[in-house]
Design a binder for this molecule. Structure first.
Ligand code: DAH
Length: 344
């Protein structure tokens, strides 16, 4: 009997020592198994109790029960303590996480300058009530030339060196002006569209030319449309593109078979006061061709030129992007170098 009492004291002592030293969940679990588990020290003592006499049981039983309650309480207390420590450590490590810290070698995506400028162009015209139009890049000669009042023997064909396809009368469109014809064939006036897209020329590549580039065509057809409407519209657009309210425009006569009269619109150089390489020392930057739609073009699309009139304009979207973003080599826009694109 005395040995059981002794064992109770020993177990109590040992348990206290171990539980004080335990500093993680694994150590605690091992103590639970060794002392309170099904084959643990306390259970062994409980079994030993069964062999004792009634008197002894009366004497030892309560001691053992107290021991059990005590050990279990110590175990629970330690468990809560360890769990709350762990929780606190995790919270601390999270609060130390620096969301602004720099992570090397992460690639961030960005939009291509073409995408940016196309969005600006489309938004300006959408606010003026225009729709965005599209047309094929592989085009019939009729849409690229004939219907735009450029017959096959017309010298204006030489203005645009053409990439012909190995199919009769098929070519890569030399300008987005062909979208005018598709639009007028499919929509009754009044109509107003802009058509950004690719154009192709049979040309050698250098810093300012590529065989493929981007243009944007604009067309408005309605009643009593005049040069004043054209100038107000193009000025609003150029102010928005260059983000400059006080932009100075210059209008010169220009020849394009699909408009009459035809004009060229320049802006006063926005980069210098006395002349620079961008304006080639002239103080003026050529921006677009435009004019009032030639009545022949309207008739090709079955629009009565006595009832309706319109204006059209076209500009090099590639050129405007290069001007706006200060890009001095067209090849940078087209070769998709990540180093270049990352800047946008
Ligand atoms: N298509 C012409 C070009 O590629 C640009 C142009 C000029 C479009 C005058 C027009 C216009 O609509 O009226 O150079």
């Amino acid at each position: 009997m005395s040995t059981i009492k002794q064992q109770i004291t020993e177990i109590n002592q040992r348990f206290n020592e171990l539980i004080t030293a335990a500093n993680d969940a694994d150590a605690l679990e091992k103590i639970r198994i060794d002392f309170l588990g099904r084959k643990g020290k306390l259970t062994d003592l409980m079994q030993a109790l069964k062999a004792l006499s009634q008197d002894e049981k009366r004497d030892i039983g309560p001691l053992l029960n107290n021991l059990k309650v005590e050990l279990e309480a110590l175990y629970s207390k330690k468990k809560i303590e360890l769990e709350s420590n762990q929780y606190q450590q995790e919270a601390e490590s999270k609060s130390n996480f620096d969301v602004t810290s720099y992570m090397p070698n992460t690639l961030r995506g960005s939009l291509h300058p073409y995408t940016y400028i196309t969005e600006i162009i489309e938004n300006v015209f959408i606010t003026m009530g225009y729709e965005i139009a599209d047309g094929p890049e592989m085009e019939k000669e009729f849409y690229n030339f004939e219907a735009l009042n450029i017959p096959s023997d017309h010298p204006a064909r030489d203005m645009q060196d053409t990439i012909w396809l190995e199919m009769p009368q098929m070519l890569m469109r030399t300008h987005t002006s062909s979208v005018q014809i598709h639009t007028m064939q499919n929509t009754k006036p009044p109509l107003a569209i802009v058509a950004p897209g690719r154009a192709y020329r049979f040309e050698a590549t250098d810093a300012s030319h590529d065989y493929v580039f981007k243009q944007c065509e604009g067309l408005l057809v309605g009643k009593d449309i005049s040069m004043a409407n054209l100038l107000a519209t193009t000025k609003t657009f150029l102010q928005a593109i260059f983000e400059k309210e006080e932009l100075v425009l210059r209008v010169r006569p220009g020849y394009f078979p699909f408009v009459e009269p035809g004009i060229e619109i320049d802006i006063q150089c926005i980069f210098c006061k006395k002349g620079c390489s961008t304006c080639k020392q002239s103080r003026w930057i050529e921006c677009m061709g435009a004019g009032l739609v030639n009545p022949h073009v309207l008739s090709h699309c079955n629009i009565d030129s006595l009832e309706y009139s319109g204006f059209a304009f076209g500009f090099g979207l590639t050129r405007l992007a290069m001007l706006k973003y200060g890009i001095n080599d067209i090849r940078m826009l087209h070769n998709n170098s990540v180093e270049f694109l990352e800047q946008f």
